[in-house]
Design a protein. Structure first.
Length: 410
């Protein structure tokens, strides 16, 4: 076989492990004899099994157990499971203090997790260049070359973690939520400590956005063309159509921005979404039920959150959203690299929301828990930093989790 013939033979490229992601995965790419991509697969290689772990455990234990799914976004799983267990506990509406404490924790979590993703995983490639030596293309290299960005990376994330600790007792795997409410309010001491720094955090998030926009302007062709493709999107939005990362109704739109479905309650998700498993990955593959598996896939996360919502309820983030949507020239924004821009806008929104909540006296309220008549099933949704997260549980007559507990970034 000649060298030319060898090159033209079918080949398999394996990237293992995949970097710039949270968790473990690999990619396999199969090329045909012409050197064209014939198949590309992203493999999730971790089996977690939490659907089985929680079976037989009392329903109030579940929100603490399932957050061990992740060390980066445990709050998302803690809150989503707690919201589902509110339903099981027969509670449809929390007290103002309980809901606002949960929201404060959630927005602090989304802030710190998005900061990790942008500054620690993405910024080395964006700021140092894709061709920079691998040994330098990391957060240490960013700190050395761009000390101001390094400061943002450390202190924005630190602030988000402090919000989690102030509400849930610790920065990772907190213990705040119980079915029907929370087990503590926000102390005045913690409130005042967070108030002292929050304006600076908002300012740094805005400065980070401006820096990224300068990157986009200087790499406009790359930003618009790199892995840019039309797709559907899904996220939850508030009842008024505004961005809401903690609670709301499911909305899915097609590549042109037209609704596929909207106003879907968490309890009805099975009428609109279906999932499957495949032999080569532990990842689940959901798609929109009314479309086939080839056309029913969709994107989630910050880009979907901005494309799906009608507005953002905090002023700085809303102004930034309007500027961002102009990239779509009257339509949606489909560029994959636009996820970074969208993520920074979400960070601004989270910082603004945290600031607003810190000046709400309800956080020091003492009415923390609501009770009700227990139900056999609970379903809930939140917007986690990486996308729409659903938790679905059934419990028996004794209050033990049974049959299945579903968690997915839809």
């Amino acid at each position: 076989m000649t060298d030319i013939e060898a090159v033209r033979a079918p080949r398999k490229i394996v990237i293992d492990p995949v970097t710039r992601v949270e968790g473990h995965g690999k990619v396999t790419i199969r090329l045909n004899e012409a050197g064209e991509v014939e198949q590309a697969r992203f493999h999730i290689v971790e089996f977690r099994g939490f659907e089985r772990f929680i079976q037989g455990r009392m329903y109030w234990e579940v929100p603490v157990i399932v957050q061990r799914l992740c060390g980066i976004c445990p709050v998302s799983h803690h809150l989503c499971a707690a919201k589902a267990m509110d339903v099981v506990a027969g509670v449809d509406k929390l007290t103002p203090t309980a809901e606002k404490i949960r929201r404060l924790m959630h927005y602090g979590q989304v802030l710190q997790s998005n900061a990790l993703n942008f500054f620690h995983l993405a910024s080395p490639d964006l700021l140092l260049g894709f061709e920079a030596p691998v040994a330098r293309r990391n957060i240490i290299g960013v700190i050395e070359s761009f000390p101001e960005v390094g400061k943002w990376a450390i202190f924005i994330r630190k602030f988000g973690q402090q919000v989690i600790a102030a509400t849930g007792g610790r920065r990772i795997h907190p213990r705040l939520c119980i079915p029907g409410g929370v087990n503590q309010n926000l102390s005045v001491e913690n409130r005042d400590a967070l108030r002292k720094d929050v304006d600076q955090i908002v300012k740094w998030c805005c400065e980070a956005l401006e820096l990224h926009k300068s990157f986009v302007r200087s790499h406009e062709k790359l930003h618009e063309s790199f892995a840019s493709f039309p797709s559907s999107y899904m996220s939850i939005v508030g009842a008024d159509g505004g961005m809401d990362l903690y609670d709301g109704l499911l909305r899915a739109i097609d590549a042109g921005g037209k609704p596929i479905f909207a106003g879907v309650r968490p309890a009805d998700y099975r009428d609109y979404l279906i999932e499957e498993v495949r032999s080569w990955s532990y990842m689940k593959f959901p798609h929109i039920r009314s479309l086939d598996r080839e056309n029913g896939w969709y994107r989630v996360g910050p880009l979907a959150q901005l494309n799906c919502c009608d507005f953002i309820g905090t002023p700085i983030a809303e102004a930034a959203r309007k500027d961002f949507m102009a990239l779509g020239r009257g339509g949606l924004v489909h560029a994959t690299l636009a996820y970074h821009w969208a993520r920074l806008i979400c960070m601004i929104h989270c910082a603004e929301t945290v600031r607003d909540l810190l000046f709400d006296d309800d956080l020091q309220g003492t009415d923390l828990v609501v009770t009700g008549e227990r139900r056999p099933e609970g379903i809930a949704i939140v917007e986690a930093p990486r996308g729409t997260l659903l938790h679905h549980y059934e419990v028996d007559d004794l209050g033990r989790a049974r049959r299945h507990a579903v968690d997915r970034h839809a």
